[in-house]
Design a protein around this ligand. Structure first.
Ligand code: PGA
Length: 258
């Protein structure tokens, strides 16, 4: 298993945090810290819709890329409160988080809508970060692989091998998100390896080896290096720690060194 076959990606998921001036200030702080990652790893800030334009302008000319936190699957129309993929690409957004567990838990997101959003994002030229992960009781019942395998199969249904090159997977055990409970490096590696094996079955080994698989769930400045050292963990989707420039940078540097 060769990690050089794929790009390491550290992405901040800001969730529902930061006004525009706060977003600008945080990005101005992050930019010089992570400038040395250019050409080595990808650094992304996934920000609320209202901050996207500010983020695109603030990061222009830097190596920090911008992502949205969701996207609708229809091109346009009567979908009050939703944002289309074309609206995001027109702004200069490159990535989009899809199927985050908070969307699944609180906003009725299903594998079917995750799949539709993923297809729409890809069709518009966006790179989706597709989130999967088991609940605590699903892990306790010993069905983590069934749950995550099903999510991968359904969420990527009808995604071609060519399109897969632009897909990032984030393995985020739901019990580890925002709880301070991190999966151990061994637990995270086990599931990320399983995700890659599932992709190899659905596509082929070469296609699977090229997919960046991130871990997410209380990844922080202290535990990042250990997690990122694992062969199938190619990056992180960082919530809380991405809101502090210094902590986010420690994680970025761990990925640069890893
Ligand atoms: P956390 O969030 O790092 O705050 O646990 C991760 C995520 O939700 O992507």
């Amino acid at each position: 298993m060769n990690k050089n076959l794929r790009k390491a990606i550290i992405a901040g998921n800001w969730k529902m945090n930061k006004t525009r001036p706060e977003a600008k200030a945080l990005l101005e702080e992050i930019k010089p810290l992570v400038a040395n990652a250019e050409g080595k790893i990808e650094v992304i800030a996934c920000v609320p819709f209202t901050n996207l334009e500010t983020a695109v302008n603030t990061t222009a000319g830097s190596n920090v890329k911008v992502g949205a936190e969701n996207v609708h699957f229809e091109k346009s129309g009567a979908f009050t409160g939703e944002i289309s993929a074309d609206m995001l690409t027109e702004l200069g957004v490159e990535y989009v988080v899809i199927g985050h567990s908070e969307r699944r838990q609180y906003f009725g997101e299903t594998d079917e809508t995750v799949n539709k959003r993923t297809k729409a994002a890809l069709a518009a030229g966006l790179k989706p970060i597709v989130c999967v992960g088991e609940l605590k009781w699903e892990r306790e019942c010993g069905i983590t692989e069934e749950v995550v395998g099903k999510q991968i199969k359904l969420d990527l249904w009808d995604v071609t091998e060519e399109e897969l090159k632009n897909v990032v997977i984030a393995y985020e055990p739901v019990w580890a998100i925002g709880t301070g409970l991190t999966a151990t490096p061994e637990q995270a590696e086990e599931v990320c390896g399983f995700i890659r094996a599932t992709l190899a079955k659905l596509y082929n080994q070469a296609a699977a080896d090229a997919v960046t698989i991130q871990y997410g769930g209380s990844m922080n400045a202290k535990n990042a290096a250990e997690l990122l050292a694992k062969p199938n963990i190619d990056g992180g989707l960082i919530g809380g720690a991405s809101l502090k420039a210094a902590d986010f940078n420690v994680i970025v540097q761990a990925a640069v060194e890893g």
